[in-house]
Design a protein around this ligand. Structure first.
Ligand code: NAD
Length: 355
């Protein structure tokens, strides 16, 4: 039984990791999260009252507070997911991305190193600092036969991916220079329950249900490799607990789809599940509207996940079809969650959490 410190645990992927650890393992979790617009305590409600769960509202840029967290919680593992994560927001305002993704990761690394350096030898060897990153650090692919591997050179395109690339380099340097036992994972696009409605799939579901336009960037031909978030959470736990210190693992879903195909799939599933459409809408796909492309928009991402499959035996359980059915059904059954996000009331949620 381990104590795992999860940063960004109130976000989309972080909350899936926390629900996985509490529901599927005997480990304990302490979440530290600043609760920015992307943090939502309602995503942790299913595990909030479990005695193995704890929460503290903490900004990872605040070194003294982090030192207190390490001293009192005494984690055996850190899973670092706290980040600014939305590419469009990074184009409009990069400062928060530099601050949290680079300065915050540096601050967390230093707090972890300071705590780790005081541990006895055995605990020092077994400690893990797991940094969760993205395949966007590799830039994009134009040849449909190529895939990102763990040795693909970094070539980030957006302020978001550049800030994540910077944080990956810091984590590797802390491993090489100070011997901190680190792990880095780079994952493709995630989708699934509790996804903030500014991201492509939930945006399309909720706009279609409301009879609003479905905005698709450019010609919609950009290719992404989609992974169901619960498959990612399981992969992250396997890397954190069984991965080789100092190593990097790519995680992907073998589900390459053009953005426009994803939008058509959302429309087809809604035709099946919600045939009664909003007034004036004959077919959900009639709502598709092409809008000016995002500046610097990457063409194609595709992950080669052979290493994690070979070394840790992880493969995704969901196909894109099964994961998308679950996702659309989840949004249809959990309107309270997304309505609170859309009207802003989720930011007042406190749910009686500790910390
Ligand atoms: P998210 O935006 O949903 O959640 C981020 C969380 O971090 C939020 O709860 C937010 O409150 C918290 N946070 C932000 N700044 C903070 C700070 N200064 N201190 C403490 N907490 C802070 O993001 P996500 O989609 O869950 O992504 C999690 C991680 O996984 C990120 O590092 C992201 O780069 C990476 N990733 C995401 C995807 C994806 O498709 N979403 C794919 C690959 C990798």
């Amino acid at each position: 039984m381990s104590r795992i410190l999860v940063t960004g645990g109130a976000g989309f992927i972080g909350s899936a990791v926390v629900r996985y650890i509490i529901n599927e393992t005997t480990d304990s979790v302490m979440v530290v999260d600043k609760l920015t617009y992307a943090g939502n305590l309602a995503s942790l409600a299913p595990v909030a009252r479990n005695p193995r769960f704890a929460f503290a509202q903490v900004d990872i840029c605040e070194r003294q507070v982090l030192d207190q967290v390490f001293a009192t919680y005494q984690p055996e593992c850190v899973m670092h997911l706290a980040a600014e994560s939305h590419v469009d927001r990074s184009i409009d305002g990069p400062a928060a991305f530099i601050e949290t993704n680079i300065v915050g990761t540096y601050t967390l690394l230093e707090a972890a190193r300071s705590f780790w350096s005081t541990l006895p030898d055995g605990k020092k060897r077994d400690f893990r600092f797991h940094h969760i990153s993205t395949d966007e650090v590799y830039g994009d692919l134009h040849n449909s036969n190529n895939f990102f591997t763990e040795t693909t050179p970094y070539a980030p395109s957006s302020p978001y991916s550049a800030s994540k690339a910077g944080s990956d380099h810091l984590v590797r340097a802390w491993s090489r220079t100070y011997g901190l036992p680190t792990l880095v994972t780079n994952c493709s696009n995630n989708y699934g329950p509790y996804h903030f409605p500014e991201k492509l799939i939930p945006l399309m579901i909720l706009n279609a249900l409301a009879g609003k336009a479905l905005p698709v960037y450019g010609d919609g031909q950009q290719v992404r490799d989609w992974l169901y978030v619960e498959d990612h959470a399981r992969a992250l736990y396997q890397v954190a607990t069984r991965g080789q210190a100092g190593e990097t693992y790519n995680i992907g879903g073998h589900n390459e789809r053009k953005n426009i195909e994803v939008v058509h799939m959302v429309c087809a599933l809604l035709e099946e599940f919600v045939p009664q459409k909003p007034a004036g809408v004959a077919h959900y796909q009639d709502l598709i509207t092409f809008v000016t492309d995002r500046p610097g928009h990457d063409v194609r991402y595709a992950i080669d996940a052979a290493k994690i499959e070979r070394e840790l035996g992880w493969i995704p359980k969901e196909t894109f079809e099964s994961g998308m059915r679950k996702t659309v059904q989840w949004y249809l059954s959990n309107d309270k969650w997304w309505k609170q996000v859309l009207d802003g009331s989720y930011q007042g949620e406190r749910l009686g959490l500790k910390g």
